[in-house]
Design a protein around this ligand. Sequence first.
Ligand code: FAD
Length: 410
Amino acid sequence: MFADIVIVGGGASGMAAAIGAKKTAPEAEVVIAERLDRVGKKLLATGNGRCNLGNKDVSPAHYHGSFRSMSGLLGNIPADEFFRSMGVLCTADEQGRMYPRSNAAATVLSALRMQLDELGVKEVCGFEMSTYLRKGGTYELSSNGGQKFICRKLILAAGGYAAPQYGTDGAVIRLLREKGYRIEKICPAVAPLRVSPDSVKGLKGVRTKGLVQAYSGGKLLAGEEGEIQFTENSLSGICVFNMARYCQEYEGRLEIRLDLAPDMTYDELKVYVLEQRTKRAELELNDLLTGVFAKNLAVYLVKNTIGRPMTDRIADIADKEIEKLCCRIKSLDFTVTGSSPWKSAQVTAGGVHKSCVGDDFGSLLEKGVYLCGEILDMDGDCGGFNLQWAWASGMAAGRNCGDSLKGADR
Ligand SMILES: Cc1cc2nc3c(=O)[nH]c(=O)nc-3n(C[C@H](O)[C@H](O)[C@H](O)COP(=O)(O)OP(=O)(O)OC[C@H]3O[C@@H](n4cnc5c(N)ncnc54)[C@H](O)[C@@H]3O)c2cc1C
């Protein structure tokens, strides 16, 4: 098989790259080579099936990694305009998170596929690239199934390690490392954080609002308010997801502090609990906090702070115990034991370092190779930032690759 441009990976950035390349070089034969039986499978799972396809605020503060210097590009290709050009209307919520108006990821995928079809981009599914070699002025791609592809230009859009159930197992990143690319340390981002099962015993299934802060060695790294979810061995929820990338830098030294009543000061909280001692005097300690937290969380807090039988009367609780309890509610600490497995992560932190890639997304190591999307060392916060990067880097890589066909080789 021969094509002018082969794009390895039919995910968000690969489809955007194909559109960018074909619009720039309409005469060129552009092919997407995808290992799964269909392109865009991960896209259907994004945003809980609603596809949070971008964010109104694309400031660098929401991005991490060596490609952060390229975040100026994100504003040039706003996701809502990109999709409007394909007939998809988008809306944004109060946090700037953009969704298709239909609230269905399928709308986004079918618009992309219609556009690819209209432009004449070919999809070759079931092609899992195992390696590629430069031969003369072309690249020869081999698949695990023994197929070959020859192309003049190659765009690598094979994603990272996150969510291998959607085709991304990091194999292309490993291949690039073997080829001499600098790969920034890999770790799950936008993912739950593992804590010891003992530290969350009794909390499985609890959801509560609060402030989540990440610390290392007493230094505050980041903080965010939102819904916190507990599992038998992890903390979850969007505000926790956004702390996951710190495992990359602070592995084994990351602490999470929860303020379970960020809307109340310590003193207000103390007044409230003291009030309960009078109003609920004859009830058991089990019920001390059930007016403010879900039952399991209320019991957990009292049980783990005051070492008394939970059947003791509320009236018997001492002032000192109330103070200790209020401190605990305002700062409930967990030691992070690691990030969660790749299958529950949404994004990869780390990847191909910027020092190996030019501002046109062309490889500085291999002539005629371009890279885009999550394969690169750039990850965004939860909230549409990662798809925004996929579209923007994909379009830019595709356009530049298409352009390079016209003139002299890179
Ligand atoms: C459950 C879930 C929900 C998410 N929700 C959101 C959200 O709402 N908003 C947001 O901004 N981000 C979200 N993300 C993250 C976002 O989906 C990714 O950052 C984005 O898809 C990355 O695009 P990409 O094209 O670089 O890689 P991918 O979309 O991962 O695509 C890579 C493609 O390459 C293929 N491939 C891999 N290796 C090979 C190979 N050797 N040969 C051929 N093909 C190969 C894969 O099968 C895959 O189709 C979510 C992720 C997950 C897992």
